[in-house]
Design a protein around this ligand. Structure first.
Ligand code: SF4
Ligand code: SF4
Length: 61
């Protein structure tokens, strides 16, 4: 299954992905970068669609 991966250099910590994730797999670490718990991620791709910085990619894990 593919899982969401954040490009930390591109992320602007807007929180849109965390708000959208149906599995509550994303948190904003110290208000600076999105962090994804890959054990919770089910690969739905919703976070990639809402990210304004195009900072989330789907990668095979
Ligand atoms: S792919 Fe879906 S389940 Fe995984 S982090 Fe993104 S929104 Fe959450
Ligand atoms: S939506 Fe994109 S820019 Fe915003 S917190 Fe998530 S990964 Fe970062």
């Amino acid at each position: 299954m593919k899982k969401a991966v954040v490009n930390h250099k591109q992320c602007v910590a807007c929180g849109a992905c965390a708000d959208k994730c149906p599995k509550d797999a994303i948190s904003i670490f110290k208000g600076i970068v999105a962090v994804i718990d890959i054990d919770k991620c089910v690969g739905c791709t919703l976070c990639t669609k809402v990210c304004p910085a195009n900072a989330i990619a789907m990668e095979k894990k």
